[in-house]
Design a binder for this molecule. Structure first.
Ligand code: FAD
Length: 473
């Protein structure tokens, strides 16, 4: 399926079926309301869909998807649109099925540390709902105040604390899914988690290509008893990278190890998220340990020593919860603060072995210099998950081209260092052109085969993940 003709309106009978499924208020195609659905947070890819439909329940979603399938119309699942690889964009036309009305927390089973939620629940809202039971949902993308659990499932999202706790796939125990033809099924779940192919595991990270997840059962963890947070200041980002390797090689397991570089620090400190990071520093490293109180102090001291040995000029300790929250706010809102540097931002995402961080960071700086671009690094250093962000103005096509070329070089450098083309933001439409760097033709064939099993007609989020020769060079 190549796409739906964007100049053709949707068939009248389909519109009637969709209205019957969700009510007239929850289907729209007027340009003013659709404008936010044209892109996700990676604004380089943009296309208005034919229409947007917002079901409130699995049953409504099933009717919607069944009707679209019957008319051969493309279906693009969408959560909050915070994705950074163009995954929720209707590049080939079709109907966006959004989950913003599916916000129910259906069950909190605190005794078994599980919750069942509708897919449109925001990550932060799930945490607020389970906190009174002394529990939390561990995967914590920096966008957690805005992104949905369904989007997290589709992207297999990570976050600062996933160094210790692991990413989304570790916490999803069951999924209720509307398949691309409208059928509803459970994948995984109690009593069915073992002994067959791991279908829920297959769906996690499928980037909206296998159907719409409508309900998600997740495992919860007890809230950590205490935390110690350090802000370590370095003259250079390479020294900060060396400190990360030293901390991990020493056998310490922080909950988070996050680096922000000079450009990022300056943007954050000039914004409302200012956290007191020194603006003359080359980089800052946030180190956090959490868990039972005993031992935390010792681990924090050992990490501080590793940093000083790697050349840190200062180690600050967060003395209160308030100070700790301010430090984290500076880190988690850093992407937003970059709006101060330029109107557009290409948030890159790649992963390298931790020990290669200093060398790869130096290469990235050199590439940015050569293309006369400003790069701002803010990333999950403990996982080797880099985010070299290129700030630019897309109204200048020549600068846009340089950003594309620099991005391609950065991807190659990461792959050559033994890494891969994405750590957590997915392939979407943005990284399809790099898939051949990491997957052999045989692997790509297997991936296409799996997609075919879920979506034989190719109607579900086409043009994402799998290269098909139509991706930009
Ligand atoms: C400031 C900022 C910080 C970020 N930090 C992180 C981070 O630390 N870690 C991280 O991993 N990501 C991060 N992201 C990326 C993004 O927030 C995550 O990928 C998030 O999981 C996307 O959720 P969403 O609800 O916005 O999904 P969307 O952007 O709406 O969709 C993302 C993909 O999921 C599919 N999808 C959405 N809902 C469903 C569903 N119910 N069923 C099936 N498919 C679905 C869509 O088709 C699309 O392919 C960040 C983004 C921003 C803007």
């Amino acid at each position: 399926m190549d796409g739906n003709d964007l100049t053709e309106p949707l068939p009248l009978q389909l519109l009637r079926d969709l209205q019957a499924a969700v009510g007239t208020d929850w289907i729209f195609s007027d340009p003013d309301r659709m404008v936010v659905y044209e892109t996700d947070a990676q604004t380089a890819h943009s296309q208005a869909p034919h229409a947007v439909v917002l079901p409130a329940t699995t049953e409504e979603a099933s009717e919607v998807v069944h009707a679209l399938h019957g008319h051969g119309i493309l279906m693009i699942p969408r959560g909050a649109g915070t994705g950074l690889s163009g995954g929720a964009v209707a590049l080939r036309g079709g109907v966006v099925v959004g989950t913003s009305r599916m916000t129910g927390i259906l069950e909190v089973d605190h005794e078994n540390r599980r919750a069942l939620v509708q897919c449109g629940v925001l990550n932060n809202d799930l945490n607020a709902a389970v906190a009174p039971y002394g529990l939390h949902y561990a995967p914590d993308p920096s966008s957690q105040s805005a992104c949905t659990i369904g989007g997290n499932v589709a992207e297999n999202s990570g976050g600062p604390h996933c160094l210790k706790y692991g990413v989304t796939s570790r916490y999803v125990t069951a999924l209720r899914v509307v398949l691309p033809d409208g059928r509803v099924t459970w994948l995984g779940g109690q009593g069915r988690e073992q002994g067959a192919f791991d279908l829920a595991g297959l769906f996690v990270g499928s980037e909206g290509c296998f159907g719409l997840a409508t309900e998600v059962e997740v495992a919860l963890l007890p809230l950590p008893e205490a935390a110690r947070t350090l802000l370590v200041i370095f003259e250079t980002i390479e020294d900060a990278g060396r400190a990360v390797t030293a901390i991990i090689s020493r056998g310490l397991l922080p909950a988070a190890l996050e680096i922000v570089d000079r450009n990022t620090i300056r943007a954050v400190e000039a914004s409302i998220f200012a956290a007191g990071y020194p603006t003359d520093a080359g980089a800052a490293l946030v180190v956090e340990f959490d868990g039972v109180e005993a031992g935390l102090e010792r681990h924090a001291e050992e990490a501080a020593r590793c940093c000083l040995d790697a050349g840190a000029r200062e180690v600050r300790h967060a003395e209160s919860d308030q100070e700790r929250m301010a430090l984290w706010k500076g880190r988690k809102k850093a992407f937003g603060a970059m709006g101060r540097l330029a109107p557009d931002l290409l948030v890159q995402d790649a992963t390298v072995p931790r020990s290669r961080l200093p060398g790869v960071l130096a290469r990235i700086s050199e590439i940015a210099r050569r293309y006369d671009l400003q790069v701002a690094n803010v990333f999950h250093a403990g996982d080797g998950n880099l985010h070299p962000n290129l700030v630019y103005d897309r109204r200048d096509p020549e600068e846009g081209r340089r950003v594309e070329q620099a991005s391609a070089e950065i991807m190659k450098v990461c792959v050559e260092a033994g890494g891969t083309i994405t750590g957590e933001h997915g392939v979407g439409v943005d990284k399809r052109k790099y898939m051949h760097l990491v997957f052999s033709p045989a692997e790509l064939e297997i991936l296409r085969g799996v997609k075919q099993v879920f979506d034989p007609m190719g109607l579900c989020n086409p043009g994402k993940v799998l290269p098909d020769g139509q991706e930009a060079p």
